[in-house]
Write a protein that binds this ligand. Structure first.
Ligand code: NAP
Ligand code: GCO
Length: 264
């Protein structure tokens, strides 16, 4: 049974895995046996991440690559193939959010979020799939969101992108399933990372951020998730244990989507 979850001999690319959810996912895949490549845009983030991976005994290979740049993505995928081997597992994790009321958001700001959160998973998947087909199969995991299912004020671009990412996941599953490629999504709930730090900031009087309290009330687990909560689901979807799971979004949300919310 343990072999079902083994990633020994596999090559994994986790985009945006300098810290946060991507780092935890890459760590999990490494501990299950995979060779890890990751990318980000900032050299400082990459150097810090390489040191953190090394502290955990992981010799990750880091790339400075903006996932929205098709040429950079192509070069990164080609270099991974030359140095680590053809990619078996792709985690499209890199993402940003802008929290701006829709009518105040510029077209450029909207486009930037969609470019990174939706267009880039298309670009990276497009670069990786031919190698997977040649290799006889592969695993693609797209990091979706509660906003793949729900909306809320100020996150129009992010929700549109993550909703699109859910459907891109289902379409890749549909189009490439016959090549033994499984494409699934992970939909994290509210996870304590730099991306959500503004929603958890202590108030001037030392009290909890109103949004922090709101999320605790909307989550049956009554806590924020941690990046470590995503490690098991990621290994499951990256391994042979999920070979007949395709086009599925696995919500790892502590029960948010099942729950109407605690009475205030
Ligand atoms: P985070 O802490 O902001 O980390 C984002 C990572 O992506 C960083 O390593 C960043 O590094 C990289 N990145 C951003 N834009 C990039 C680009 N254009 N090219 C390459 N790398 C890029 O975010 P997170 O909370 O870990 O979230 C990771 C993913 O999970 C995102 O897709 C997010 O939408 C999703 N998610 C998060 C939550 C949550 O509650 N935190 C919940 C559901 C889904 P550089 O800045 O150095 O490029
Ligand atoms: C927000 C949060 C969320 C989380 C996540 C929830 O502002 O609502 O950033 O969008 O990042 O996507 O699943």
């Amino acid at each position: 049974m343990q072999d079902l979850f083994s990633l020994k001999g596999k090559v994994a690319l986790v985009t945006g895995a300098a810290y946060g959810i991507g780092f935890a996912v890459a760590e999990a895949l490494a501990k299950a046996g995979a060779a890890i490549a990751f990318n980000c845009r900032s050299r400082e983030h990459m150097n810090t991440a390489l040191a953190e991976y090394a502290k955990k005994g992981i010799s990750a290979k880091g790339y400075l690559c903006d996932v929205t740049d098709e040429e950079q993505v192509k070069n990164m995928v080609e270099d991974i193939a030359k140095t680590l081997g053809t990619i078996d597992i792709l985690v499209n994790n890199a993402g940003i959010i802008k929290r701006i009321p829709m009518v105040e958001m510029t077209a450029e700001e909207f486009r930037e979020v969609v470019d990174i959160d939706l267009n880039a998973p298309f670009l990276v998947s497009k670069a990786v799939i031919p190698g997977m087909i040649q290799k006889g199969g592969g695993k693609i995991i797209n990091i979706c969101s509660m906003m793949s299912e729900l909306g809320r004020e100020t996150v129009s671009a992010y929700a549109a992108a993550k909703g699109g990412l859910k459907m891109l996941t289902k379409n890749i599953a549909s189009e490439y399933g016959e090549y033994n490629i499984q494409c699934n999504g992970i939909g994290p709930g509210y996870i304590a990372t730099p991306q959500t730090a503004p929603l958890r900031e202590r108030q001037a009087d030392g009290s909890r951020h109103p949004f922090d309290k709101f999320i605790i009330g909307k989550t049956p687990a009554a806590r924020w998730g941690t990046p470590e909560d995503l490690m098991g689901p990621a290994v499951f979807l990256a391994s042979a244990a999920s070979d007949f799971v395709n086009g599925h979004i696995l919500y790892v949300d502590g029960g948010i989507l099942a729950y109407i919310g605690k009475q205030p």
